[in-house]
Design a protein around this ligand. Structure first.
Ligand code: ATP
Length: 459
């Protein structure tokens, strides 16, 4: 298990252009981040892998892309407005608010305080003498709704209130019937979505681990109630395998955590998290798998007055299907990738290198073109190869500054699996040197074979 600190990951991400603080020339804006060139590529590659594993490779999945603004009633039906909310306490001096469960967890009193009631929280705060991070006393706990609220249209009043999507599953529930009708799907089948989510989190901390704007990767699997237990188990295994097989995460960095009965929402019959070990931060939730029953469709049916039932064409049975939910935080998975692939290794006595060991499919650049010299036609030849590979759809980088050794190190940090060096022999025999990121072994390959060689995903 890696014990790399969050601080190292933050600095590395910024220095290399994976992730920058957003609006930094204005001093940044709390817990918002931009993906730089390397980060944007890594993110797109993760999206591609996720889509392949959860949708393309299966025959029982569809994908939708829902709107960020949804009818305000959606959030009443889901329980976010007027229902479930987080409990906050206020610093009686500074008036700053904090998530009560986080303060209790941070004080080391318990690992998961999310299920505590307001009364239990008040009791713990008094008994354990918990203070605010500024050392002041705290108010009693009060419920707070995490949805980001806005007004749409020219006037601002109670009738124009709208909320930004607080969880990406809601589009899927609301659209479920239309997906059945338009695709003519029969149960069991699932609907996936990758989408932006907004939560007015009170405590934003630990870099991209908890932000107010993030993305979720969701699978909602619809099935007959009698089959829900079976599919729940299947999806649990399938999602775990995604991390080890598709993203190449080490088993040691992953663990299962079952929710206690009082931690689960009342309608869920079972809930597990896949936790990831975020270096020195330790194990934390990365994805939640929930056995939700038919609660979501029941609620939307009740609040919209629409029949959302499924008519089984074989048995003529009519019912609201049960749902197995796999909800992963895209930005958290991205952060996990930064921890997983970041490594420092000793090359020889007194010399270390940082290598970003992303698997080939996920690596931001597949290769880098390095002319040994800019002069004597080597630079021009290198640019020609660079342009040709880009035209073939191979995402590659070009670097002509500094010694070749320094350029290799830069590309190791970028996670580039292969460096292609153009030297004097290239001009005579149309071959280049390919240097492998992980083994540092070099071999000679003909320029005409490069496209095929790189596309064959040898990593
Ligand atoms: P937490 O307990 O950490 O607040 P949650 O249980 O509320 O998370 P869900 O609503 O189940 O989370 O969301 C599914 C996934 O979305 C989580 O497993 C996590 O990876 C991600 N996620 C939730 N909140 C945030 C956030 N504020 N920033 C980044 N990712 C988040």
């Amino acid at each position: 298990m890696s014990k790399v600190s969050l601080d190292e990951i933050v600095k590395f991400s910024k220095r290399k252009g994976f992730v920058y603080p957003s609006s930094e020339i204005y001093g940044g804006f709390a817990a918002t981040y931009d993906f730089g060139p390397l980060g944007a590529l890594l993110k797109k590659n993760l999206e591609k892998q996720w889509r392949y594993w959860n949708i393309t490779k299966r025959t029982d999945m569809e994908e939708i892309e829902g709107a960020i603004f949804m009818h305000p009633k959606v959030w009443e039906a889901s329980g976010h407005v007027g229902g479930f909310s987080d409990l906050l306490v206020e610093d009686t001096e500074t008036k700053k608010r904090y998530r009560a469960d986080h303060l209790i967890e941070d004080a080391g009193i318990m690992e998961n305080a999310g299920a505590l009631t307001a009364e239990e929280i008040d009791k713990i705060i008094i008994e354990k003498g918990i203070k605010s991070p500024d050392g002041n006393s705290l108010s009693s706990a009060k419920a707070f709704n995490l949805l980001v609220k806005t007004h749409l249209g020219p006037v601002e009043n109670d009738t124009t209130i709208a909320y930004l999507k607080g969880e990406s599953c809601q589009n899927i529930y609301v659209d479920w019937k239309q997906v059945v009708e338009t695709t003519r799907r029969k149960l069991p089948f699932g609907i996936a979505q990758i989408g932006k989510v907004f939560r007015n989190e009170i405590t934003v901390k630990q870099f991209m681990f908890r932000t107010r704007e993030f993305e979720q990767m969701d699978v909602q699997y619809f099935c007959h109630p009698n089959e829900a237990d079976k599919f729940y188990e299947e999806w649990k295994n399938y999602r775990f395998d995604f991390y080890t097989q598709s993203l190449g995460f080490s088993q040691d960095n992953l663990r299962w955590r079952q929710h206690d009965e009082d931690e689960r929402v009342f309608y869920a019959t079972d809930a597990w998290d896949i936790d990831y070990c975020f270096g020195a931060l330790g194990f934390k939730e990365m994805e939640g798998l929930h056995h939700r029953g038919s609660y979501d469709l029941d609620q939307h049916s009740k609040f919209s007055g629409q029949d959302l039932t499924y008519l089984d064409p074989y048995t003529n049975e009519r019912f609201n299907p049960f749902i197995v939910e796999c909800s992963g935080g895209f930005t958290r998975i991205f952060l996990a990738m930064m921890f997983e692939y970041y490594s420092e290794e000793q090359v020889k006595e007194g010399e270390t290198r940082i290598v970003f060991k992303a698997p080939y499919n996920l690596a931001p650049y597949k290769c880098a073109i390095l002319p040994l010299m800019k002069k004597d036609g080597l630079g021009d030849k290198a640019k020609e190869i660079f342009a040709s590979l880009r035209t073939q759809g191979i995402m590659c980088n070009f670097d002509e500054s500094g010694s070749v050794g320094k350029r290799y190190r830069r590309q190791d940090e970028n996670g580039t699996p292969w460096c292609i060096t153009i030297d004097y022999d290239t001009l005579n025999d149309e071959t280049v040197t390919i240097r492998h990121r992980d083994t540092m072994v070099q071999e000679r390959v003909g320029i005409s074979e490069l496209g095929e060689w790189l596309n064959s995903e040898k990593f």
